[in-house]
Design a protein around this ligand. Structure first.
Ligand code: ZN
Length: 410
C-alpha cells in the first residue's frame, strides 16, 4: 500500500474501527487490522469521510472587499458594486484572488468544486482567463469545474450570448444563469437549456432570489427539465422565495422538484445577509433560507454551499463546508439527529450526486479523496464544527492540521 489510515471511524460505518489501505490513488482495501505494509497514519478512531463537495462558489469575484462598498447590503447594491469592480478585473488579478480562495477551500477539506463564473461585455473573458489555469494547477488537490453564467442578464445584454458560447468552447463544463436580472426570465432559462443540450452539459441556475414568493420561475425550470429529459442534470441555487411559501405551497414545490429531478442548493451565508432587508425595524426579519432538510423529506436532492467569499454579496467567508453545515443546521433549527446527519450529507454525498461525480465515496475502488475530522460521527462534526485534521487527494496527503493543545498550569 502507498498509505494506510489505521483505526478509522468510517462515515456510514461508525460502529467499529477499520483500516483503509490506499494504492495507486485509490482505496484498495477496507478491513479491521489490515495486514499490509506501507506508510501509516494512526487516526485513533477519528472520523473519515469522502472530501467535501462545493457546488456553488464564485472564485472570480471573491476577495474584493477592499474595492467595493456595502452600505445598503441588498442584492441590487451587491450586483452594482460587483459590476463596477469587474470593469477593473484583469486575468492576473482574478487569478491571484481565485487562487487565494481555492487554497482556503482545499485547506478546509474540499476535494471537488463547481465554481460559477461570469462573462458579459463588461468583463469579457478576463475572469475565465484568470480561473481556467487553476483546473490544471490544482488538480493535485481538487477537481474544479466551471459553470459559466451571465450575472447581468442575457437577452437584455447584447454580446453576452457569444461570450458564453466562447467560454463553453474553451472548457466550461456547466452552463448557468441568473434569470432574475433578465428582462425576460423564462427566455433566459430557455436559452440556457438550449445551450446545455447543444454541448451535452448540465445546468445550474441562480433562481428565485427574492424576499417574497411572487413570480417564481421554479415551475418553468421543472417544465424545461422534463421536456429536455434532463432530470438529475439540473440544479437551482438560492430559491429564497420558497422560504416565504405557505406550507402547502412549499410541499407542492418540493413534490414538483422531486418529480422533475431538479436539485437545490442553499447558500445560507449570503441568503442570511441579503434577505429580509425590506422589513421595517418593528418586524421580525425573515431569514430567507430555504429549509432544505424538509425538501429532502420529499425526495429533492439538496446541497449546501458557500457562494460568495469576502465580497458585497457576502462580506464573510472561510470556505469551510463544515461551517456551512453548522450554520444551516443552526438557523433552520435542525435538532433531529437524522436531519443533523443530512446536514453533513449536504456537503458530501448529496452534492456528489448533484454534480454526478463517478469516482467518489468511501469504498474499495473509489478515488482516495478523503478528509479526517476530529470527531467520531457526522452529527457531532456538524454540531461541534470540528476541524479538518487531514485531507487526501487521490491518496496523497494535501492538508494536515494539528489538534489544538491545552497548556495547563504546572
Ligand atoms: Zn451564486
Amino acid at each position: 500500500m502507498d498509505l494506510i489510515l489505521r483505526n478509522a471511524c468510517r462515515l456510514g460505518a461508525e460502529h467499529g474501527l477499520a483500516d483503509i489501505g490506499i494504492a495507486d490513488g485509490k482505496i484498495a482495501a477496507i478491513e479491521p487490522r489490515l495486514a499490509a505494509e506501507g506508510a501509516t497514519i494512526d487516526l485513533g478512531g477519528r472520523l473519515v469521510s469522502p472530501g467535501f463537495v462545493e457546488t456553488h462558489i464564485h472564485l472570480d469575484k471573491s476577495c474584493i472587499l477592499d474595492r467595493v462598498k456595502s452600505e445598503k447590503g441588498d442584492l441590487e447594491e451587491a450586483i452594482g458594486e460587483a459590476a463596477k469592480a469587474k470593469a477593473g478585473f484583469t486575468p492576473e488579478d482574478v487569478h491571484a484572488r481565485a487562487t487565494r480562495t481555492l487554497e482556503k477551500a482545499i485547506l478546509q477539506g474540499t476535494t471537488h468544486m463547481r465554481t460559477h463564473l461570469e462573462v458579459d461585455p463588461g468583463v469579457g473573458l478576463r475572469s475565465l482567463e484568470g480561473v481556467l489555469p487553476l483546473i490544471k494547477d490544482y488538480a493535485w488537490a481538487i477537481d474544479l469545474q466551471i459553470c459559466v453564467f451571465p450575472q447581468e442578464g442575457l437577452l437584455n445584454n447584447p454580446g453576452t450570448d457569444e461570450l458564453i458560447v466562447e467560454a463553453l468552447d474553451r472548457g466550461c463544463r456547466v452552463v448557468g444563469g441568473a434569470p432574475y436580472v433578465d428582462s425576460n426570465p423564462p427566455g433566459q432559462i430557455d436559452r440556457v437549456f438550449e445551450l446545455a443540450r447543444e454541448y451535452d452539459i448540465d445546468v445550474d441556475l441562480h433562481l428565485d432570489f427574492g424576499p417574497t414568493a411572487d413570480g417564481m420561475d421554479l415551475d418553468h425550470v421543472c417544465r424545461r427539465t422534463e421536456e429536455y429529459q434532463y432530470g438529475g442534470r439540473v440544479a437551482i441555487g438560492h430559491v429564497t422565495k420558497a422560504a416565504s411559501l405557505s406550507m402547502p405551497a412549499f410541499e407542492a414545490a418540493a413534490k414538483r422538484l422531486a418529480e422533475a429531478g431538479v436539485a437545490l442548493t442553499v447558500l445560507p451565508s449570503t441568503d442570511l445577509y441579503l434577505m429580509g432587508r425590506h422589513h421595517t425595524p418593528d418586524h421580525n426579519v425573515t431569514r430567507g433560507v430555504v429549509p432544505a432538510h424538509k425538501l429532502l423529506h420529499h425526495g429533492v436532492n439538496c446541497s449546501l454551499s458557500s457562494n460568495n467569499i469576502l465580497n458585497p454579496f457576502t462580506p464573510f467567508g472561510d470556505c469551510s463546508q463544515m461551517r456551512m453545515a453548522n450554520l444551516y443546521a443552526n438557523i433552520c433549527q435542525v435538532g433531529k439527529q437524522a436531519d443533523m446527519r443530512e446536514c453533513f450529507n449536504m456537503v458530501t454525498q448529496r452534492p456528489e450526486r448533484l454534480m454526478r461525480l463517478t469516482d467518489y465515496g468511501l469504498a474499495v475502488g473509489k478515488s482516495a479523496d478523503l478528509v479526517v475530522l476530529d470527531s467520531t460521527s457526522p452529527e457531532m462534526a456538524v454540531a461541534e464544527l470540528t476541524p479538518v485534521l487531514y485531507a487526501f487527494k487521490r491518496g496523497r496527503k494535501t492538508v494536515s492540521r494539528q489538534s489544538a493543545i491545552l497548556h495547563r498550569p504546572q
